[in-house]
Design a protein. Structure first.
Length: 131
């Protein structure tokens, strides 16, 4: 399971960077984003699934935190909901606020993923010392 968590954390980092770049491209550069939006959404769903996996994995360790697992679930749930609201928000201040919330949730997702992976490593180390 250690390899799965390590690989998931690395994949989360890579996909997060790709999705941030895609989001910037879609919002500010592309005149007709077309399929890029679908790619951004699919990539985002994989990020959410990885975040939830890391939250659950750390919660199952000796030093795991239920609160952190719940936080990963809530942020992972809010991120696509806010993202899917963006097309329905008219241009202007409301759209910028919605986009800012979406970006802040994405930053929170990567932070929670990193914290969860570190908590998992700490829990595995504590279990090996106790054994």
């Amino acid at each position: 399971m250690q390899s799965a968590v390590r690989g998931s954390a690395m994949a989360l980092r890579l996909l997060w960077i790709i999705n941030i770049a895609l989001g910037i491209y879609i919002s500010y550069i592309a005149t007709n984003p077309g399929g890029w939006v679908l790619g951004h959404m699919i990539n985002g769903l994989v990020i959410v699934l990885l975040l939830w996996w890391l939250g659950i994995a750390q919660g199952l360790t000796k030093t795991g935190s239920v609160g952190l697992a719940v936080a990963t679930f809530l942020v992972g749930l809010a991120l696509p909901i806010v993202g899917m609201l963006q097309p329905s928000v008219p241009d202007g201040a409301g759209l910028y606020v919605t986009q800012a919330i979406h970006v802040l949730l994405a930053i929170g997702a990567i932070a929670l993923g990193e914290i969860s992976a570190a908590r998992y490593r700490k829990g595995v180390a504590a279990a090996s010392v106790a054994a």
